[in-house]
Design a protein around this ligand. Structure first.
Ligand code: GLN
Length: 478
């Protein structure tokens, strides 16, 4: 029986198993089959994955140098382009569309020897927090199938949670890696804006979009991050900074200065038990010699509105390319009026949430309202960036809950009150508004039996500190 605990252990296993990669892929294909009712995957690349696996087994036998992710079985969120394979952003709009190139992150995964096993279900165009906005049905949380896995990268989170792959990629525009990681009890890491190239990631809101990683352990997430980060001539927003070795563990034993925003931990929407457990973890950190102090954050009620004004504005522009001519879906309604045909195609091709956001984004950008909404939100974004700088001039990290509640029931929120779902992004959007790196680490279990995480944020390009501190915190909880 194949079993997986970490990439490092898997690599030890491979040294004694000439067919190890094929064995691993066979194992994951059978788990995916067994768990297919969770709807985590939209498509399995079984033949490709098996072929890649046997080629890697052959490569190992020749003694050639191996990639950092040699044989690592990985799933991709359905908004990452993988040449020759379908990609749909879980939308009817792109149904049947086939990628004509690899996303840079995918190119780097393949160059390091990873095996791509399939594409995972998500909220349509990554808009949502429950994976219920997919055009191909909701994803179920593997720990309790009546509940959501979070979103928008719900399929990628469940794939790691239920052992359907070793690690997976998602995208995080306002929390879509950290939030489902929290609700599923896995690690979810979003680096600094510009650390990983966005080339080949289907855009939602370009100045907020990040590729992120799901894994069972902080070190596995760090290794994947290291493998897919770095300069790229296809994305002008990507940083030229060299990528450090995130597993070097340089800060071992360091005592950190950690801040938390009082307003987050005592927020009225926060589940009381999440608040108490995090407060007692703060005591554990202090007892271990770290400094943990409250910091004021009176702008907290502005972060969600600011996020939704700016991201919908960007989305309304980004999604204008889906007109029925260039990509995917085309309405079958006969008309010779081009504008009418665009309207028809877009009305049929996009789901409700996506339409809602295109309308909102168009509204906030319209001449009469631009200054009242878009300009105001940009100003607040600047103030938030200054706030982050101020905090990091005194502290190494900021901690908070990742999500105000544990996983909620399917159909509980989406239909009744869509605003309530948006407000739950309160802890995650700050990192996207400011571009700082963040992680959700699965440290806690609620008395209702469900897991929840701790969010840790550090300053721009301090992924090393983020990873080291997260590793220390995980040890403290063991
Ligand atoms: N829940 C947020 C939204 O709906 C975040 C989505 C994301 O990060 N892609 O926009």
């Amino acid at each position: 029986m194949f079993s997986f605990s970490s990439i490092q252990d898997y690599h030890v296993f491979l040294t004694g198993n000439p067919n190890g990669c094929v064995t691993a892929v066979g194992h994951y294909l059978s788990v995916i089959e067994e768990k297919k009712h969770l709807n985590a995957f939209l498509e399995i690349f079984a033949n490709d994955a098996l072929q890649q696996a046997s080629a890697l087994d052959v490569q190992r036998a020749t003694g050639k140098p191996l990639g950092k992710l040699h044989g690592v079985v990985i799933a991709l969120k359905d908004n990452l382009s993988y040449k020759g394979h379908k990609v749909s952003a879980s939308s009817r709009m792109l149904e049947g569309f086939i990628s004509i190139y690899n996303a840079t992150a995918v190119e780097k995964l393949l160059a390091e020897g990873a095996i791509i096993i399939g594409r995972t279900n998500c909220d349509e165009f990554a808009m949502g927090s429950s994976s219920e906005n997919s055009a191909f049905g909701p994803v179920k949380n593997g720990l309790d199938e009546t509940r959501v896995p979070g979103g928008s990268s719900g399929g990628s989170a469940v794939a790691v949670q239920m052992g359907m792959c070793m690690v997976s990629l998602g995208s995080d525009t306002g929390g879509s890696v950290r939030q489902p990681a929290d609700l599923c009890g896995v690690v979810g890491l979003k680096p600094t804006y510009g650390r990983i190239s966005r080339y080949g990631l289907i855009a939602y809101a370009s100045s907020f979009d990040h590729i992120g990683v799901f894994a069972n352990t902080v070190d596995d997430a760090a290794l994947v991050l290291e493998s897919i980060s770095g300069p790229d001539e296809f994305d002008s927003t990507v940083s030229q900074k060299p990528v450090p070795n995130y597993l070097a563990q340089k800060e071992k034993g360091k005592k950190y200065r950690i801040a938390y925003f009082k307003e987050t931990i005592d927020h009225s929407r926060l589940d009381k038990e999440i608040s108490t457990q995090i407060k007692s973890f703060i005591d554990v950190l202090k007892a271990d010699g770290h400094t943990v102090e409250p910091v004021d954050f009176d702008l907290i009620e502005y972060v969600v509105p600011t996020y939704y004004v700016l991201t919908t504005a960007e989305a309304s522009s980004n999604l204008s390319r889906f007109d029925g001519v260039k990509y995917g879906y085309q309405s079958s309604v006969k008309t010779t009026d081009l504008t009418e045909w665009y309207k028809q195609t877009r009305s049929e091709g996009f789901g409700k949430e996506v339409k809602r956001r295109i309308l909102l984004g168009t509204f906030v950008l319209s001449a009469g309202y631009y200054d009242a909404y878009f300009t105001k939100a940009q100003q607040i974004r600047h103030i938030l960036v200054d706030k982050a700088k101020e905090v990091f001039s005194n502290y190494d990290a900021i901690i908070s809950p990742t999500v105000p509640t544990t996983a909620f029931l399917l159909n509980e929120k989406a239909k009744k009150d869509p605003i309530e779902i948006l407000l739950a992004d309160i802890y995650t959007v700050f990192a996207n508004l400011t571009g700082i790196p963040g992680i959700s680490i699965p440290l806690f279990k609620h008395s209702n039996g469900l897991p929840f995480g701790l969010q840790v944020l550090t300053e721009h390009f301090n992924e090393e500190g983020l990873i080291n501190l997260s590793r220390e915190m995980t040890k403290l909880k063991q």
